[in-house]
Design a protein. Structure first.
Length: 262
């Protein structure tokens, strides 16, 4: 397929800072899946002090603890105009956990201090004070995107994210807690930009999502609607099934609270 398509422009943001729970595995999965499909990748890593490239087809950012988020928040928020413009023109994006929070409008951390967001997603996040439980454990969720289907991953966040009027949930939770443990939503989606709480790493064991992001990136790169042929089921599908079985055996099924959490 590489003879038909120019190389995809992959941009990883702050992957030397925002890599809690090995979210860099998502970047590895993108390279591996692109190679399996004969797709070329032109990769750029932008971190603290680096300018953004002039164009991108797929943007990845991982998660991070509050102190890592404090290191990047102001600069990332400063990139907000460019990131929102890319989201508007159909650049594929995957922002995980702390990266997802900072792709929202703001994040109020566990000390009550507010970090600015890039404003890609109309979401806000509040970390409850000390004594409140973190959302930790396996997650099974079902995506609003038919081609993506079931998602399996792992969450570990104190922040509770709430969708604004302009945001759509990326998925609905079956097992685990998701955005806030109250409304059953997981992540957010805006055009081809996706935010999620799912670590794992997420992409190696969710091949349908990985292909959805690659197809979106390729569609943006070629200014056409590209559909990718399914690949024969293999290790990724077996990893997904194994992780889903573990999640079903030990994660709490999501139950909408009968009273407000706060
Ligand atoms: N620091 C954020 C929180 O606790 C994000 C954590 C993460 O990226 N795993 O909610």
């Amino acid at each position: 397929m590489s003879a038909d398509h120019p190389p995809l422009r992959l941009l990883t943001l702050y992957d030397d800072v925002m890599n809690v729970y090995a979210d860099r595995g998502n970047t590895i999965a993108v390279h591996a899946r692109a190679r399996a499909r004969g797709l070329g990748i032109h990769a750029t890593a932008a971190s603290l002090g680096d300018p953004l490239p002039s164009a991108a087809d797929l943007v990845l950012i991982g998660g991070g603890q509050d102190r890592e988020q404090w290191r990047i928040a102001d600069e990332l928020a400063g990139h907000g105009d460019q990131l929102r413009a890319w989201a508007d023109e159909g650049v594929a994006m995957l922002a995980v956990c702390g990266g997802f929070q900072l792709f929202g409008r703001w994040y109020r951390d566990s000390a009550g201090a507010e970090l600015p967001g890039a404003g890609v997603f109309d979401v806000t996040t509040v970390a409850p004070g000390p004594g409140w439980p973190r959302c930790i454990g396996d997650v099974i969720a079902h995506s609003a995107v038919d081609a993506v289907g079931e998602l399996v991953g792992f969450e570990n966040h104190g922040g509770r994210t709430y969708l604004g009027a302009g945001a759509r949930p990326f998925a609905m939770v079956e097992y685990g807690r998701g955005n806030n443990g109250e409304d059953g939503t997981e992540g957010a989606i805006r055009d081809r930009a996706i935010g999620t709480y799912l670590h794992g790493s997420l992409l190696p064991k969710n091949p349908a999502l990985l292909d959805y992001l690659l197809a979106g990136a390729l569609s943006h790169r070629t200014e056409s609607e590209v559909r990718l042929e399914p690949l024969p089921a293999g290790y990724a599908e077996r990893a997904h099934a194994a992780a889903a079985a573990v999640a079903r055996s030990r994660a709490p099924r999501f139950e909408r609270p009968t009273r407000p959490a706060v």
